[in-house]
Design a protein around this ligand. Structure first.
Ligand SMILES: [Zn+2]
Length: 358
């Protein structure tokens, strides 16, 4: 494993849904400290490393998000089964028979399984339907509510997907939970790392917001705190390169380069900044993919309307099986998106920023 893959592994191994990002934040603190001049934190848990400009007084915010999709325990029934509600978007069909981790208030990790019926008992009609999330339950392997409570389980506990970080047949294909958006967290660290011994002409504030998956909430406070002149929201994009999706809507594929989002439901990528990014990619021979996503958004949606307006673009990598236990990311895309964001930072100074903001 090279350093970037190790970074992606350690960040995706950690558990943290919206509002429960403490462990992810602590790990980011460890990674950002040695590559930053200063650590900036907001009061909800967002964390950023700042590298100061040698010349110039403009600021670029580069933000991923710390939170991943998961669930919250809402009830323990008398037989010790846990009921739950989703935090972030889930499709019922990817949930049954999956392993999850419940984190107790004391930080104890308890394995659970989202239980399912065996096919033998399903009627032909039932087999065709997806199960309503409200009917699902988590089995942690206890006999009663009392026994579940003895293990520290309580209403409000965080539930996260569980799966092991692995490389697939071609070692460039990685699978893990939470690439959305520990990918963006890793990128922030790697960009600061690459620039560590370089002098730059814009203040770079790179890190991650909280609570993206529940409505781009943390980005609002982080942008208010940082007051950037320009921003890049770093997040995963949808890969349309699998059976049933390819050839429709978009040709975005994993392994084909970083994705620049022209527009989504939350943001119209700033036209001047987008053009600049396309020019930089061309100059450095980085192949990019342009995409639009009608449904869904990124933290760009909150950042661009913060303060007096912040020209913002979303950049990311295509990801297969987003919001499931087993998302798939391509290491070439990761490296190329780190290279692209690094070159964007190096290209910016007071004059260039003024030209971008028309
Ligand atoms: Zn997401």
């Amino acid at each position: 494993m090279n350093d970037s893959v190790k970074l992606l592994k350690s960040l995706t191994d950690i558990d943290g849904i919206a509002g429960h990002e403490m462990s992810v934040k602590a790990l980011m603190h460890d990674y950002l400290t040695p590559v930053s001049d200063e650590i900036i934190e907001d009061n909800l848990g967002g964390i950023f490393g700042k590298k100061s400009a040698t010349n110039g007084n403009k600021t670029l915010m580069v933000a991923g998000h710390l939170d991943e999709v998961g669930f919250i325990v809402t009830k323990i029934d008398n037989d010790g089964f846990l009921r739950f509600t989703p935090i972030g978007g889930w499709w019922n069909q990817v949930m049954l028979s999956q392993k999850v981790t419940i984190t107790t208030d004391e930080g104890k990790k308890i394995r659970g399984i989202i239980g399912s019926k065996p096919p033998h008992v399903l009627s032909p009609e039932e087999r065709k339907k997806t199960i309503d999330m409200k009917e699902m339950f988590i089995d942690i392997g206890v006999k009663s509510k009392k026994e579940a409570e003895q293990f520290g389980i309580e209403m409000g506990n965080m539930v996260t997907p569980y799966s092991e970080f692995e490389t697939l047949a071609n070692q460039k294909y990685l699978t893990a939970k939470a690439f959305d958006n520990r990918y963006g967290c890793a990128l922030a660290v790697d960009v600061l790392q690459r620039l560590k011994n370089e002098s730059i002409d814009i203040n770079l504030v790179a890190g991650a917001n909280v609570q993206e998956e529940v409505g781009l909430r943390g980005a609002k406070v982080a942008a208010n705190k940082i007051k950037p002149d320009l921003a890049i929201a770093v997040d995963v994009a949808i890969a349309y390169d699998t059976p049933g999706m390819s050839g429709q809507v978009s040709d975005t594929a994993i392994g084909n380069g970083p994705v620049v989002i022209i527009m989504d439901a939350s943001n119209i990528g700033h036209v001047g900044f987008t053009k600049h990014i396309k020019d930089i990619a061309k100059k450095h021979n980085i192949t990019i993919q342009l995409d639009t996503t009608a449904g869904g958004g990124t933290d760009a949606g909150s950042i661009h309307v913060a303060n007096e307006g912040t020209p913002t673009v979303s950049i990311g990598v295509a990801l297969r099986y987003m919001h499931s236990n087993v998302s798939v990311l391509h290491t070439d895309d990761y490296q190329n998106s780190v290279a692209l964001v690094t070159e964007i930072v190096k290209s910016l100074n007071n004059e260039v920023v003024d030209q971008i903001i028309w």
